[in-house]
Design a protein around this ligand. Structure first.
Ligand SMILES: NC(=O)c1ccc[n+]([C@@H]2O[C@H](COP(=O)([O-])OP(=O)(O)OC[C@H]3O[C@@H](n4cnc5c(N)ncnc54)[C@H](OP(=O)(O)O)[C@@H]3O)[C@@H](O)[C@H]2O)c1
Length: 308
């Protein structure tokens, strides 16, 4: 428990900053449900998978390699099924989509949890800045590839971040998705997280009139492997500040698990959650034209990728 937690109450959902993934699923049976979690081998994804399986769900856990997914799933038990999905490699994402489809499952939720943060130097894949490709395009391919396998009341949960506010002023730099003009680690992480949020909003719009939902979440600030690119002093600071200000991993996993599984939010779509409650995002996250344009540009990028 962090010091900060003592000053943060619970919200209208009855949960809040200090709630853990186990607490938000207490008393729920997820028997018979199948939930896919990306980035299942580390941090929030690993905890989300563990708790969803604890409540009876079958969890399809994806990681960059089958070996990583297998090791993570083995630790959780027989309800966790491993898949390889390297989000920066379109052939790997397509193979994952095919493998899940071959299994013939109906997905009750897809939690797009995997991510990378604040790469110190510009890296690109297929001409696109790597954080945008990994965090957004890879998940865009995965979700759109599995959309017809989503249950009638299925849920898509996108891991965004409070750092979406660090995206450029214009939102998404459509004229420079390669990041060649003025790359900044946080600006481009922010752009990828704004993209996660806009994708959830546009998907929710496209699912309107059905019982399927799409939402985005900010998990809080948690010390995980996500900080691997942070400079040593920042990591040290994080280590020292942790007990005072940061969430634990089980608190960090609570919001994604809550939005993916709790009956109270079955009818909520197109929302942004933080601390297991609906929260306010940056104003342009609610711009339908921006969200639609991102979808169309993402489709065009995917259509131009090799190996289709
Ligand atoms: N921790 C925080 O404070 C915080 C705050 C706001 C938002 N978030 C978001 O929460 C999510 C989970 O983060 P975390 O803190 O749990 O970080 P983490 O411990 O680093 O876990 C991230 C997961 O994503 C996977 N991943 C990274 N690149 C990938 C790729 N190219 N293809 C497939 N999988 C990939 C990682 O695999 P490897 O282990 O193989 O690299 C790992 O399983 C992220 O989307 C992050 O942006 C976290």
């Amino acid at each position: 428990m962090s010091l900060y937690q003592l000053f943060k109450g619970k919200g209208p959902s009855g949960f809040g900053y200090g709630s853990t993934a186990e607490e938000v699923t207490e008393g729920l049976s997820l028997e018979g449900r199948t939930i896919l979690v990306t980035g299942c081998n580390s941090g929030l994804g690993l905890e989300a998978m563990r708790v969803l399986a604890l409540r009876g769900a079958r969890v399809l856990g994806t990681a960059r390699t089958l070996e990583k997914a297998q090791a993570a799933c083995a630790a959780v038990g027989r309800q966790a099924v491993p898949f390889a999905c390297e989000l920066s490699d379109p052939s790997s994402v397509r193979a994952c989509v095919e493998a899940v489809r071959r299994g013939g499952v109906r997905l009750d939720a897809i939690i797009c949890n995997a991510g990378i943060m604040a790469l110190p130097k510009l890296e690109q894949v297929h001409g696109i800045e790597l954080q945008f490709f990994t965090n957004h395009i890879g998940h865009f391919m995965l979700v759109t590839g599995l959309l017809d396998r989503l249950a009638d009341d299925g849920r898509v949960v996108m891991l965004s971040s409070g750092a979406h506010t660090m995206a450029p002023r214009e939102g998404i730099r459509f004229d420079d998705l390669a990041g060649a003009r003025g790359y900044t680690p946080w600006g481009h992480y922010g752009q990828s997280k704004l993209a996660n949020l806009l994708f959830a909003k546009e998907l929710a719009r496209r699912l309107a009139g059905t019982r399927r939902t799409a939402n985005a979440v900010h998990p809080g600030v948690i010390r995980t492997n996500l900080g691997r690119h942070m400079p040593g002093f920042a990591d040290l600071l994080f280590g020292l500040a942790g007990p005072l200000f940061l969430k634990s991993v089980s608190q960090g996993a609570a919001t994604e698990v809550y939005v993916a599984a709790h009956p109270a939010v079955a009818g909520t779509s197109g929302a942004y959650f933080a601390d297991c409650n609906v929260a306010k995002a940056r104003a342009d996250a609610d711009d339908p034209a921006l969200a639609r344009r991102l979808w169309e540009v993402s489709e065009a990028i995917v259509a131009g990728l090799p190996g289709r």
